[in-house]
Design a protein around this ligand. Structure first.
Ligand code: TRP
Length: 361
């Protein structure tokens, strides 16, 4: 069986380093591993509209930001098909049929949707489209017969929901759809990078994000102002590395070779952590090192971005061509789905013959 990747992001804001370590970096590795037969990366604008119905311009304007983020981290349109969700009408059609296979109570149990409803104060007025987006996400994944979905941890309930829909569909209509697997980052620090303020998650509204497109001076201000261990008041005080965002970021970004170049007092992160824990290592020194590490990681991303920013019409062309290719794939799956459901009336000469005989003997 072919190995196929499908994944994507909602275009509601520029992508940040949490997206990068949680999923983007991994997608580029997978892309370049040569292990996959097809790779689809989707800008999920239709899903973004499920809770932004009144702000379509925000979604519209963010599409190019996300596309630039994709290209600048190293997703290569020659290897990965980059496309826009709303341009694939087959996805909506699949969602409509899958809706019949899912109960309201099952959707209500989805923990990610639950917390999103809370965050948006939607409790009493959830848009139906938002409530059902896990079903549309199952359409996104199954339309491409994806075997592998590299995403952040918060997407786990959507993949589980997709697997259930696949099993239900196949048992009712016959083996048609492919059950996908989630692929999470193996580095625990990458699963959910906290904000620079120490809050559990990076979020635009909290203003605690480092964006992939941030210039060097912005990253410097953000890193030097990061929350650390609040009890580590003097350099000589022993400090905590757990729950300390500066060290969590180092866990996510640092490679041993960076020490020789930027902080030769230590050979590896563990030595630095041990010193911090014992006392005698100041926050500023750790932050300066983290800044060097992040800049090292972001430098090639910034350089590629600057190139693509000069070629915006070409970026739209990439998305246009990707959307055409993606639609062809989704259309193939949709016809298999309709055939399995036996709603392909006009392709079914058997049906026409039997009905004809019924009336005419
Ligand atoms: N829910 C994802 C997010 O919030 C976006 C998304 C939509 C997606 N459809 C998908 C991710 C299918 C993986 C597979 O970013």
């Amino acid at each position: 069986m072919s190995k196929i990747i499908l994944t994507g992001d909602r275009p509601t804001g520029k992508l940040h380093v949490g997206h990068y370590v949680g999923s983007l970096r991994n997608r580029v590795l997978l892309q370049n591993s040569g292990d996959f037969d097809e790779i689809y990366i989707m800008i999920a604008d239709a899903q973004a509209l499920t809770d932004n119905a009144e702000h379509p311009e925000k979604v519209r304007e963010t599409i190019i930001e996300v596309a630039l983020d994709y290209l600048s981290v190293g997703l290569d349109p020659a290897k990965s098909c980059l496309f826009i969700q709303s341009q694939i009408p087959e996805l909506t059609e699949l969602s409509f049929y899958y809706m019949n296979l899912v109960t309201v109570s099952r959707l209500q149990r989805n923990p990610t949707v639950k917390s999103e409803i809370q965050m948006r104060n939607f409790e009493t007025s959830i848009p139906v489209g938002f409530f059902t987006y896990p079903i549309s996400q199952a359409a996104d994944i199954t339309a491409f017969k994806a075997t592998t979905v590299p995403v952040g941890e918060d997407q786990e309930p959507m993949i589980e929901q997709t697997r259930e829909i696949v099993r239900k569909f196949n048992s009712v209509y016959g083996e048609t759809l492919v059950e996908p697997e989630i692929l999470l980052s193996s580095n625990k620090a990458c699963l959910r990078l906290p904000g620079t303020d120490g809050k559990a998650k990076m979020s635009k509204s909290l203003g605690n994000c480092i964006y992939l497109s941030d210039p060097e001076d912005a990253v410097k201000t953000k890193v030097m102002g990061m929350f650390t261990d609040p009890d580590h008041l003097k350099v000589s005080d022993p400090g905590k590395v757990e729950c300390n965002p500066v060290f969590i970021y180092l866990d996510a970004f640092c490679r041993d070779e960076y020490f020789a170049e930027y902080c030769p007092d230590y050979a590896c992160l563990q030595e630095m952590k041990d010193h911090y824990t014992r006392g005698g290592l100041g926050d500023v020194k750790v932050k300066r090192f983290l800044l060097a590490v992040i800049n090292e990681e972001l430098a090639p991303i910034r350089a590629r971005r600057a190139e693509f920013e000069k070629r915006i019409p070409e970026v739209y062309d990439i998305l246009h061509a990707g959307s055409a290719k993606a639609e062809a794939k989704a259309a193939g799956t949709l016809s298999e789905v309709k055939a399995a459901m036996r709603i392909n009336y006009f392709d079914d000469s058997e049906l026409i013959r039997i009905q004809s005989e019924k009336y005419n003997g």
